[in-house]
Design a protein around this ligand. Structure first.
Ligand SMILES: *Cc1c(COP(=O)(O)O)cnc(C)c1O
Length: 405
């Protein structure tokens, strides 16, 4: 242990940890890439309470407006009283509660899969499942725009990772063809709807392609579960190819308004991951109360399709309003993720700050979350929005956006 006086001498030295990190932080600051936390202290639908006048939320992934639904809170509160706050152990030791198993059953039934396995977060599902499925004799074909958690899962796997241009099925097929017989297993990793672009991967064409080349499909459906498809079952349902996707990852922290994630698939897949996914085996089970809230959310997702209809109508209003103001956005006309690519990080941050000053929180997304030179405002629609809030946002956007390049 250092004495207090030694410690202050240490921090002044250029080779100290603080000195080295401060230098890097200053570099981030100069590049317009330094990030800072913001604390909120309440949410009611799309209204966020902060330390100012409050904000209208167009930044989060609460697509169905469930994050502050009292029915979820009531379900969690009841479970807290009986099950306690903490699970106190990993699922395989003493942390497995019947609420976890009920939720897994309900998720599998909802999605039409044989079985499901919960993870404490989507990040952990991806870094747990991918390395369990493929290893050093195998190959991964990974879309260049895949989420950081997928990228990290691929890296951890020690498989050969072939990064492919976004949604480019021809290049994918050529790679699979060229590398036929070179690997033990081949896994294609894509997102159903891309989190920063809002576009859909052409899953309908991917499924037969993967089958032709004996490759498996790993689908990250974080932004589509509860939202896409007539019953909200995700992009597999949207494209009508649910049975052709080998592994589906979905999250409970976005449209479902709770926390955590799950993998869906065959009984064999789930039993295997239960044994081999390190991010499942070696972590404390998430609180049973979270599972109780997620069960309530799933019930609402199934019983209240009008939320999906409202979300789509709101997304359409937002997109058509932007188009009318000279900012057409690509992708589905009722897609709930609306990216306005500005380019420079500083200009994006300025636009975000101007919107915030006017009472609207939108995502100001910079590299490395998106490729260099494609910083953007990421506006998300929610069933919790009303038409007036969307129109008000559109009005201030006109003033906040830099003129079109
Ligand atoms: C949010 C997200 C994740 C991570 O899910 P968490 O539950 O937030 O950890 C994984 N993949 C994609 C595409 C995401 O957008």
């Amino acid at each position: 242990m250092l004495a207090a006086s030694d410690h202050s001498a240490e921090t002044a030295a250029p080779s100290s940890l603080d000195g080295a990190l401060s230098q890097e932080l200053a570099q981030l600051e100069r590049a317009g890439l330094r990030r800072r936390l913001r604390a909120l202290h309440g949410r009611a639908g799309a209204r966020l309470a902060d330390h100012g006048h409050g904000l209208l939320d167009f930044a989060s992934n609460d697509y169905l407006g469930l994050a502050s639904d009292p029915r979820l809170a009531d379900a969690a509160a009841r479970a807290l009283r009986t099950a306690g706050t903490g699970s106190a152990a990993a699922r395989l030791i003493a942390g497995n509660h019947e609420l976890h198993e009920q939720l897994e059953l309900a998720l599998a039934r909802f999605a039409g899969a044989e079985a499901a396995l919960l993870f404490p977060s989507g990040y952990m599902a991806n870094v747990g499942a991918i390395p369990a499925l493929v290893g050093h004799r195998d190959a991964i074909y990974s879309d260049v725009l895949n989420h950081a958690s997928l990228i990290d899962g691929c890296r951890l796997s020690r498989a050969d990772v072939h990064v492919l241009p976004h949604a480019d099925l021809e290049t994918l097929e050529r790679a699979l063809e060229r590398q036929r017989g070179r690997y033990r297993r081949r896994l294609i990793v894509v997102e159903g709807i891309y989190s920063m672009n809002g576009d859909l991967y052409p899953l309908d064409a991917l499924v037969p392609l993967a089958r032709r080349h004996d490759a498996w499909i790993y689908l990250d459906d974080a932004h589509a579960m509860g939202v896409l498809g007539p019953n909200g079952r995700g992009t597999g349902e949207h494209w009508g190819v649910t049975d052709g996707v080998d592994v589906v990852m979905g999250t409970l922290g976005k449209a479902c308004g709770v926390a955590g994630a799950f993998v869906l698939g065959s009984r064999a897949l789930i039993d295997f991951l239960t044994n081999r996914a390190r991010a499942f085996v070696y972590t404390t089970a998430s609180p049973p109360a979270i599972a109780a809230a997620a069960l309530a959310a799933l019930e609402i997702v199934a019983q209240e399709p009008e939320r999906r209809a409202r979300l789509r109508a709101n997304a359409r209003r937002l997109r058509s309003g932007l188009a009318a103001r000279g900012w057409p956005v690509e992708g589905l006309e009722d897609g709930h993720i609306v990216p306005l690519v500005i380019g420079a990080s500083e200009a994006t941050m300025c636009a975000g700050a101007a919107l915030e000053a006017a009472g609207f929180l939108v995502g100001a997304i910079r590299p490395p979350t998106v490729p260099d030179g494609t910083a953007r405002l990421r506006i998300t629609a929610s069933a919790a929005h009303d038409a007036q809030s969307i129109d008000a946002l559109l009005d201030v956007l006109g003033a906040a956006l830099p003129s079109r390049p």
